[in-house]
Design a protein around this ligand. Sequence first.
Ligand code: CMP
Length: 137
Amino acid sequence: AIEKTFLMVKPDGVKRQVIGDIIDRFERRGFVLRGAKLMNVPRELAEKHYEEHKEKPFFNELVDFITSGPVFAMVWEGENIIKLARVMMGATKPEEAQPGTIRGDYAVTISENVIHGSDSPSSAEREIKLWFNDELV
Ligand code: CMP
């Protein structure tokens, strides 16, 4: 089915100037960009975004990191994109991220891992609403 998902280049990816490469990878796959913005993340938005991790020991580190510099928030659309984007991103654990994936090509730590992508249809819906109200084309 045609789906929408929320993807975000994290502060490390913005600093390393890989936004263009990331957009290129998704466009080459045939996915369509529906919304995008470069933005600083208010702490309240970061905490809402990561609310499922509220009880984890790394929650504060996560919020500190995502608010440490601008992110590039995006909504993408395409066939089965929620799952396929996760495959293109690569695994969260650096030792499991295959070369050729975004994380496998760029990241060596679990926290500074360049990109976020919604992990299910329900989180995609929630995250798109949270980051883009009615701003999609
Ligand atoms: P993401 O999938 O964007 O959302 C949850 C994030 O938690 C994940 O990326 C990782 O960057 C981060 N994360 C997961 N496990 C750890 C950990 N043990 N220490 C720090 N960050 C973590």
